[in-house]
Design a protein around this ligand. Structure first.
Ligand code: HEM
Length: 415
């Protein structure tokens, strides 16, 4: 299940089952960083699936931990609003970034519709060719017989290139996208930014850069990239600067961290499950079912948050209007009542798409097919080249209970 040190996990399990339920707080970032959050969710699913935590770094909040209950919340946007923010941390009042993931209908629907054509089937087909060609180049340049960081050389580079393609972003500057994505999700203690202020300043540089691109495209013929789509549509052409920045951040972070961490997570999962890696070598057609299994197993966004707009009964609990409600996808994806043998990584699972990683309801991930396509290309290209990419050290994980991912993963491609 978890891939942190076994000792760590065992003591976490003791702690999780001994701790008083009333004060249990599953939002602690360090548990995600050392991969020991699993038994805490196990306990909540078993003993208090709709759990109220009265005090935490983020104030009081409800945890919804079972698959079916998460579906109930995610598909009821009438009661569970996205307006108050979509992560457990409240949005900053002095740096408010409106974005459509944190809006309710009708504005959400109108703005979402503007960018959705980016993943229309004909556009995906065009993107597939470009993404594959670029991926091939990355793989062809990897060192053989040497240890290198898979996150930096492969996962970040591939997803940054995909994003640059979606925005038709100046190619030589594409790592700026990686940086802005990291800055946008960085906690002050993460070491990524020096202070909240310096982070905000970097995001304003992002806004200035993209405003320049907007001005170029608004006066040109409508194109097939995300900036042009927003510049030419009624629902988005008159956005305030902070709303433009907010939606950019949404598209940058949405497409970046998530796919990046699935690329890394997949390699890690296969290394931890050599039998599955062998199955894949024997039958590369299993990539089709392995891709959604990777996305379930990784769950790149551990949660989404809503705010109740009315009292609501969920199981034996009453959630009150105004309460913060956190849907823990990371827990729902390990719920044995919904998914058979959920802790195991099984690349030929029946119904592998049955998972919560993309959410459900009106906010269900816009980029889900694109993300799956990117992962499919990655594994097709890897298998064409090498029978084995070996993980040779421990992964370093992100310190966050929202973005569930990796900072580095040392690997070696045997000569
Ligand atoms: C494995 C990769 C990905 C995962 C796990 C993921 C996950 C999610 C999740 C959990 C949500 C919110 C769902 C909800 O609240 O019900 C979401 C929304 C969104 N995602 Fe993704 N995502 C991924 C890739 C992408 C990509 C490649 C893009 C492309 C730009 C993208 C763009 C978006 C956007 C724009 C939204 C907001 C949708 C809305 O509010 O209507 N995502 N994603």
């Amino acid at each position: 299940m978890a891939d942190g040190g076994v000792g760590n996990l065992e003591s976490a399990r003791d702690e999780a089952w001994a701790a008083p339920l009333e004060t249990m707080d599953v939002s602690l970032a360090e548990r995600f960083q050392n991969d020991t959050m699993w038994p805490f969710f196990e306990r909540l699913r078993a003993e208090d699936p709709v759990h109220h935590c009265a005090e935490s770094e983020f104030g009081s909040y409800w945890s919804v931990t079972k698959y079916a209950d998460i579906m109930t919340v995610d598909t009821n946007h009438g009661v569970f609003s996205s307006e108050g923010g979509i992560t457990i941390a409240n949005p900053r009042e002095d740096f408010h970034l409106p974005m459509f993931i944190a809006m309710d209908p009708p504005k959400h629907d109108a703005q979402r519709k503007v960018v959705s054509p980016i993943v229309a089937p004909h556009n995906l087909a065009v993107l597939e060719g470009i993404i594959r060609e670029r991926a091939q180049k990355i793989f062809d340049e990897l060192p053989i017989g040497e240890t290198f960081d898979w996150v930096d050389r492969v996962s970040i580079e591939l997803t940054t290139q995909m994003l640059a393609t979606l925005f038709d972003f100046p190619w030589e500057d594409r790592r700026k996208l990686t940086r802005w994505s990291d800055v946008a999700t960085a906690a002050p203690e993460s070491g990524i930014i020096e202070s909240e202020e310096s982070g905000q300043q970097e995001l304003m540089e992002c806004a200035a850069y993209f405003t320049h691109l907007w001005n170029e495209r608004v006066n040109a013929e409508p194109g097939n990239d995300l900036i042009s789509m927003m510049a030419h549509a009624d629902a988005t052409r008159n956005m305030e600067p902070m709303e433009y920045l907010g939606n950019l951040i949404l598209l940058i972070v949405g497409g970046n961290d998530t796919t990046r961490n699935s690329i890394t997570g997949g390699l890690l999962a296969l290394n931890q499950n050599p039998g599955e890696y062998q199955k894949l070598r024997d039958n590369p057609a299993l990539i089709t079912s392995m891709v959604p299994e990777i996305i379930r197993w990784q769950t790149p966004l551990a949660h989404m948050r809503r705010t109740a707009t009315a009292d609501f009964e969920l199981r034996d609990k009453t959630i009150r209007a105004g309460d913060k409600v956190v849907m823990w996808y990371v827990s729902g994806n390990r719920d044995a009542d919904a998914i058979e043998n959920p802790d195991a990584f099984i690349i030929d699972r029946p119904r592998p798409r049955q998972h919560l990683s993309f959410g459900f309801g009106i906010h269900r991930c816009v980029g889900n097919r694109l993300a799956e396509m990117q992962l499919k290309i990655v594994w097709e290209e890897i298998l064409k080249r090498w029978p084995f990419v070996e993980v040779v050290g421990e992964p370093r994980r992100v310190r966050s209970s929202f973005v569930k991912g990796y900072e580095s993963l040392p690997v070696r491609i045997p000569g």
